[in-house]
Design a protein around this ligand. Structure first.
Ligand SMILES: [Zn+2]
Ligand SMILES: [Zn+2]
Length: 1021
């Protein structure tokens, strides 16, 4: 067994180890030095001639991965093994490294270390390594590998290698103290470790109490802001940035510091997004939050900075806290912020981590002692007047902790690396019972143990399956291959997330822009993502469905931002936007505009299906609110649904087959990926339980519900089709929102089949003028037709007409209504001026848009008090002695009295006057009955008016007869059709449905005869 210290032995940076074990070479890490004064790379020439079988990576910091692309170039077939978390973070970090290198190449004529095609090729060689579980690899026979959690940052591992000729543990960067993002390190379980390669960054230090230090930093930010200046916290994008963000967050939440805006910039921001994809690498608290759909790095005070314009706006705005990479001010937005803020006395720069000797961050700290001096930063010399302070929030173990870690492993030898001379020498004194070496870069350690070693872990070593390559065998990737591709990757246990590039490698055997795009294009068509679930936070990455370690709740975070079909009440399902996942298995939702529900929180069991993501960006661009948008989706779906039938759809399905909502949409001939068509089909099938059943719910199926034909679907097809009932209450509530509850709206009817609405207003023309626009809007919102009943309300017309008639006129009888002409005719007596008539007509028209005709009155231009001639002559007497008329009253007055005495009698229709014979002619619905029943009132009328009284002999009123016939029917009987009238026999005959006792029928007949003078025959069908 031998170990070559290729880089990073006597300093922090460019870490690289080559290990020979069981006759094979493997490499751990290949980083760069960020400090640009010295050679940035490890001495890769030392690897020449060595047959490297595998490359291992401890974590994704640049000092451990920056040179990986070059190592890959040298050993293109060697697989690169690391935790999944590190793998995903490497992609972000290397993309950032390339960006920085390209910029330097342009600005400073430096050549980039490697082209980005090399990075892409290197990333394609990365294979996931299980953490906490011993593993063997086909390319490294005879070696058992144990990766264990290293603390430090997400995804970081320590590595144990055990073979017959020796065992070695490489600690990588470790932190024993639990942090906010990750738990502390656990050493690999290697029994009798021959060599421990231990980091020693802070070997010479004891860390202050972490909690106290965190609070001190939070307080410093608060103080800085209250001085009226901005506070910049330069931090490493990966690890420190997330820690600082969470600690400020927590201090604000606990009320330890006030609320203030926090801006997150540079790599910090991108890493925050990536952390959401690797919950298993984070602390249990974050893990739970992310799995439940919370976003721990977001919050009301947190803003992610996008570009330079944002940055300028922040600095010209009110005091705020800025978290930005890089941590040592060597580049990234933090260097730019620092050049702006350093000259400002009220601003603060708070340093939180390791500073390289040569870094601007370190020089800034040195200057802080002397105050007011100059600093070379980002190519310019600037005056430093701002506050500068340092806070120790290390992600590295201190001397005591490192010694404890070593003691736990009881190694025979320890090689201290990753630390300066002071740190390594100090740490050396803390290690007891072992031989400690301080190797130089380029040196080699050889150990001849020759004894068999084994892992002390209980579990047996498990072979790590690797991703196959080139399974497509030359076939272009197409829709029908998705499942085959999924089969090929689903068995790799740690592969929860795959990138499009990885999938391209699996299918085509090579990764090019074209092969990657072909994968992306095909999977883009897979709206429901049956096999691969798109990740919203990382582009071109997919979650692999059906992984064994998948928790039933793992996909929950993906529900937020999706439109769900929600069972709101027993009868009604509505689309709703999922806003959050809440404790106790429930979702918080937003309903479409117009849907009123007191609840916004529903249990998972209420979620019927997933309709798809809300097109948030599009809505933001259009300025449409999600609620309004959902309302439109609902209306559109209702229209689509009118053309679909569940039974037709059922007939297109095969028995025994399962269908996703998208499959059913395709069968129905509508889009499988648009929200409105999906809603239409989802409602259709959910309302047809006799035809369709849900075989797997959203939650059983990781967000993918499956449908099949219901067991009795054939029988159900025989039954007459039940039309789906529109939600009448909802439709009416929308109308009410638009027009309120006008007093002249006397009937609202909703067609139970179509949902179309007819509104009956007293005066449709008036209503049209008043509400046309509001009703158009309501119709659009509810997705139904709204029409106005065409006819005016007769009673209301008459009422208004009588109110409009000049007071001097007496209205005789009921008005005549001519619907076609929109005219109402009133018979009046008395004398009136043409102006008064015109005014009455204008008033009437104004109120009803109908015309008023007044007939019978004497129209005189004479401006006289309105009385007939007779009344003028006998006015005095009439007023005083009307009740005892010795002389007949005038026609007008006689009619008034008649109206007064008889107007309220049942069956009274009207009274007329035959002036020639001084006779009042009375009309009743049932004249025969009236003659008998009201004889007394007639006598009274005659005596009061001096006129004769006669009941008009016309036959009984038809409609009144029929209405009375219906009215008297005993309970239990209804009319089967329109009653027939037999005039000769003065008889009404009714065909009845139902049953009633003979007694009740007899009573009805008697009652009818009493009321009308006619006979009633009841025939039962
Ligand atoms: Zn590190
Ligand atoms: Zn490091």
């Amino acid at each position: 067994m031998q170990v070559v210290f290729v880089g990073g032995a006597s300093q922090v940076g460019a870490s690289c180890l080559a290990i020979e074990l069981a006759g094979q070479w493997l490499i751990v890490d290949a980083g760069v030095r960020v400090d640009r004064k010295s050679d940035p790379l490890p001495d890769l020439a030392l690897l020449e001639g060595k047959d490297v079988c595998a490359i291992f990576v401890t974590h994704a910091h640049a000092d451990h991965i920056g040179a990986l692309p070059l190592l890959h170039q040298a050993f293109p077939t060697a697989p690169i093994l690391t935790s999944r978390g590190t793998k995903l973070l490497m992609e972000v970090m290397l993309a950032d490294a390339i960006k920085i290198m390209t910029r330097r190449a342009v600005e400073e004529m430096e050549l980039p270390l490697y082209p980005d095609s090399l990075v892409a090729g290197m990333l394609n060689q990365v294979r996931p390594l299980p953490v906490g579980q011993p593993t063997t690899l086909p390319m490294l026979p005879g070696v058992t590998i144990h990766a264990s959690r290293a603390g430090h940052i997400a995804g970081a591992v320590s590595l144990g290698f055990v073979a017959a000729d020796g065992s070695i543990v490489v600690s990588g960067d470790i932190s024993l103290t639990p942090q906010r993002t990750v738990l502390g390190a656990v050493p690999p379980s290697v029994d009798r470790c021959d060599l421990l390669v231990l980091e020693s960054t802070y070997g010479a230090r004891l860390h202050p109490n972490r909690q106290a230090e965190e609070l001190r930093l939070a307080q410093a930010v608060t103080d800085g802001l209250s001085r009226g200046g901005h506070v910049l916290i330069p931090c490493f994008g990966l690890g420190r940035g997330q820690e600082v963000l969470l600690l400020l967050h927590a201090a604000q939440e606990k009320g330890q510091i006030p609320e203030f805006p926090i801006f997150v910039d540079g790599l910090v921001r991108r890493v925050c997004s990536t952390y959401l994809l690797l919950p298993e690498a984070l602390s249990p608290v974050l893990q739970r939050q992310i799995r439940k759909g919370y976003l721990p790095f977001s919050g009301p005070n947190v803003t992610f900075v996008r570009d330079e314009r944002d940055r300028k706006r922040i600095l010209s705005g009110p005091p705020a806290c800025i978290l930005s990479s890089s941590g040592m001010l060597t580049g990234g937005p933090s260097a730019w912020y620092a050049t702006q803020l350093a000259p400002q006395a009220e601003a603060s720069i708070l340093i939180t981590g390791y500073q390289d000797e040569e870094s601007p961050g370190k020089r800034l700290l040195d200057l802080a002692e002397q105050k007011s001096s100059t600093l070379d930063l980002a190519g310019t010399t600037i005056e430093v007047s701002c506050q500068v302070a340092k806070y120790s929030l290390s992600a590295h173990a201190d001397g005591g902790e490192l010694a404890g870690y070593a003691a736990a492993l009881k190694p025979k030898h320890v090689a201290l690396v990753h630390g300066d001379e002071d740190a390594r020498t100090a740490l050396r004194t803390l290690l007891v019972g072992t031989e400690v070496m301080l190797p130089a870069n380029g040196s080699t350690i050889r150990l001849r143990e020759g004894k068999a070693h084994r892992l002390n872990a209980a579990g047996k070593a498990v072979a790590l399956p690797t991703l196959p390559t080139g399974i497509g065998a030359g076939r272009p990737f197409a829709w029908e291959h998705v499942e085959e591709l999924w089969q090929a990757v689903a068995h790799v246990p740690t592969l929860r997330i795959v990138t499009a590039r990885e999938l391209a490698l699996v299918w085509y055997g090579e990764v090019t822009e074209i092969t990657t795009k072909s994968i992306l294009d095909v999977l883009d068509e897979d709206y429901e993502q049956r096999c691969f679930v798109r990740q919203h936070t990382i582009e071109e990455a997919y979650r692999v469905r059906g992984q064994e370690e998948e928790q039933p709740t793992d996909f929950l975070s993906e529900l937020v931002g999706q439109v769900l079909l929600l069972q709101v009440t027993f009868e009604s399902a509505k689309p709703a936007l999922c806003r959050a996942i809440e404790p106790i298995a429930s979702v918080r939702v937003l309903f479409p505009k117009g849907v009123s529900s007191e609840r916004t929180k529903y249990p998972y069991s209420a979620v019927l299906d997933l309709l798809g993501p809300l097109p948030r960006e599009q809505l933001e661009m259009e300025g449409t609110s999600p609620a309004v948008f959902l309302g439109e989706v609902m209306r559109s779906a209702r229209r689509i649904r009118k053309n679909l039938t569940a039974r037709w759809l059922a007939e297109q399905c095969k028995e025994g087959a399962t269908y996703t909502l998208g499959d059913l949409c395709t069968l129905a001939g509508v889009s499988a990926r648009s929200l409105d068509t999906r809603l239409a089909v989802a409602k259709l099938i959910n309302r047809s339980p006799q035809l369709f059943m849900q075989q797997q719910s959203v939650f059983e199926g990781e967000g993918l519900s499956l449908y099949a034909l219901a067991p009795e679907w054939r029988e159900a097809l025989e039954e007459p089709e039940q039309q789906e009932r529109p939600d009448q209450h909802w439709i009416l509530s929308i109308i009410e929102q638009h027009i309120g509850t006008p007093h002249d709206l006397y009937r609202r009817s909703v067609d139970p089949d179509t949902g179309d609405v007819t509104l009956a207003f007293h005066f449709p023309e008036v209503a049209h003028e008043r509400y046309a626009d509001s009703l158009t809007a309501a119709a659009k919102e509810a997705g139904v037709d709204i029409t106005l009943a065409p006819n005016a309300h007769q009673g209301a017309l008459a009422q208004i007409a009588i109110r409009c008639v000049p007071q001097v006129l007496a209205v005789q009888g009921s008005p005549s209504i001519f619907h076609e002409q929109h005219a109402l005719q009133l018979y009046c007596t008395g004398q009136v001026s043409p102006e008064a008539i015109a005014e009455a007509q204008a008033q009437f028209y104004e109120a009803t848009r109908w015309n008023l005709a007044i007939i019978g009155a004497t129209v005189s231009t004479q401006d006289t008090p309105a009385r007939s001639q007779e009344s003028q002559q006998s006015g005095q007497q009439q007023v005083d002695e009307a009740p005892q008329a010795t002389e007949p009253l005038s026609q007008y007055d006689a009619l008034q009295v008649a109206q007064h005495l008889l107007g309220s009698l049942p069956g009274f229709v009207k009274v007329g006057a035959e002036v020639a014979t001084l006779t009042l002619l009375l009309r009743f619905h049932f004249p025969d009955v009236a003659k008998v029943r009201y004889a007394e009132q007639f006598a009274e009328l005659s005596s009061q008016t001096g006129w004769q009284v006669r009941v008009h002999p016309l036959t009984a009123h038809h409609e009144a007869l029929i209405a009375m016939a219906r009215h008297v029917l005993p309970p239990g009987l209804t009319c089967a059709d329109t009653p027939s009238l037999y005039h000769g026999q003065r008889k009404v005959s009714v065909l009845c449905k139902g049953t009633a006792s003979a007694e009740a029928m007899h009573e009805a007949r008697q009652h009818f005869e009493e009321e009308t003078g006619w006979k009633l025959t009841l025939r039962c069908s």
